[in-house]
Ligand binder design. Structure first.
Ligand SMILES: NC(=O)C1=CN([C@@H]2O[C@H](COP(=O)(O)OP(=O)(O)OC[C@H]3O[C@@H](n4cnc5c(N)ncnc54)[C@H](OP(=O)(O)O)[C@@H]3O)[C@@H](O)[C@H]2O)C=CC1
Ligand SMILES: C[C@H]1O[C@H](OP(=O)(O)OP(=O)(O)OC[C@H]2O[C@@H](n3cnc4c(=O)[nH]c(N)nc43)[C@H](O)[C@@H]2O)[C@@H](O)[C@@H](O)C1=O
Length: 323
């Protein structure tokens, strides 16, 4: 473990945050403001990351010292299940293009982001890093998971063959400011926040939740994630990926009740069993990161409050995102 710790000073470095307009990329940009580095960004309108030649050219011209790969095709259970080709192709291309261009242009440090869905559907809980590739994946997101596993392996391969300091972090389910609130495409937490907000406004007595409400999920607030990622960037230099979560889990029903309390809606829930539950449980074992020296700070109640505050502000401005 100790040999995996190696300081990397961000002061004066040029750090490219790929995917800076997204929830995670935006939080990483905010967190990097206090690191004395120059943050580089490129919007999708000027740089489509699925295209190899423009990515190579952009990296050659802009010469980042460090890269955070927070760009990806991302969505909730329904989006993953409905667009398997997009989730596999886009994610393979984005990560391959960025990692190869970084190698060619001597990037010193690269942080790749995967997801807890890389682990087998029925992995022992809480899931340790070594559960990777020990069993079949959850079918609703196996396409995305395969791409993310390939990303971990690319970082390991470049480290093994070329000595590149490329590391990977596996976040649990995330939420927070900058999230996607689309009714079909989003993850459960923003979907329920938007639905319950509308239910309160429209004075509805009943709201429908997908699936049984029984699956268990772990939710990490995105600014905590960004802090953990910067911690890894500055301190971690290991071959193996690192889990990042809170160690706390809730059922989807309990989450819905907590979101209802945050939004101020009172009513009953109905459950739509025609929608998939996905993985029954996805709790990360975060002990590796804790031993390295980092743990999450924001409670779910506080994170929900901050997210709803932002949702109300952005909604009023018409700035909410949705795919
Ligand atoms: N959200 C979650 O619950 C979890 C997320 N993660 C991982 O965290 C990372 C960030 O996710 P998150 O911030 O939630 O996702 P978002 O959808 O909020 O952000 C993704 C970003 O990637 C950009 N992007 C996607 N495709 C392209 C492309 N072809 N060219 C250029 N830019 C592109 C998007 O650009 P644009 O703004 O133009 O659409 C967006 O800025 C991903 O790797 C994801 O797998 C891991 C675990 C859980
Ligand atoms: C982060 C992770 O996110 C995805 O996996 P997931 O954890 O299953 O994500 P989810 O947030 O969409 O759903 C969680 C649970 O919640 C239930 N649920 C209820 N009602 C709504 C609802 O209204 N919307 C959604 N999306 N889910 C709902 C839903 O049926 C499921 O049981 C991966 O595909 C992959 O992208 C990945 O890595």
């Amino acid at each position: 473990m100790m040999s995996e710790l190696k300081p990397y000073d961000l002061t004066g470095k040029r750090v490219w945050v790929a995917g800076h307009r997204g929830m995670v990329g935006g939080a990483v940009v905010r967190r990097l403001q206090s690191e004395g580095c120059t943050v580089l960004t490129a919007g999708r309108n000027t740089l489509d990351l699925t295209r190899q030649a423009p990515v190579e050219e952009w990296v050659a011209v802009n010469k980042p010292d460090a890269v955070v790969v927070a760009a990806a095709k991302v969505g909730g259970i329904m989006a993953n299940n409905s667009y398997p080709a997009d989730f596999l192709y886009d994610n393979l291309m984005i990560e391959t293009n960025i990692i190869q261009a970084s190698f060619r242009n001597n990037v010193e440090k690269l942080l790749f982001l995967g997801s807890s869905c890389i682990y087998p559907k029925l992995a022992p809980q809480p899931m340790t890093e070594d559960a990777l590739l020990t069993g079949p994946l959850e079918p609703t997101n196996e396409w995305y998971a395969i791409a993310k596993i390939a990303g971990i392996k690319l970082c390991q391969a470049y480290r093994k063959q070329h000595g590149c300091d490329y590391i990977s972090a596996m976040p649990t389910n995330l939420y927070g400011i900058g999230d996607n609130f689309h009714p079909q495409g989003s993850h459960v937490l923003p979907a329920l926040m938007a639905r319950l907000h509308d239910a309160k406004r429209d004075k509805l007595n009943e709201v429908t939740i997908w699936g049984t409400g029984k699956p268990l999920r772990e939710f990490l607030y995105v600014d905590d994630l960004a802090d953990g990622l910067v911690f890894l960037l500055k301190n971690y230099s290991g071959y193996d990926h690192v889990n990042i979560g809170t160690g706390q889990e809730v059922s989807i029903r309990t989450l819905a009740e907590q979101v209802a309390a945050t939004v101020g809606w009172q009513g009953r829930f109905a459950f739509d069993a025609t929608k998939p539950d996905g993985s029954p449980r996805k709790l990360m074992d975060n002990s590796k990161l804790a031993k390295l020296g980092w743990t999450a700070k924001t409670s779910l109640a506080e994170g929900l409050r901050l997210t709803y505050e932002w949702f109300l502000e952005e909604g009023a401005k018409g700035g909410l995102r949705g795919i």
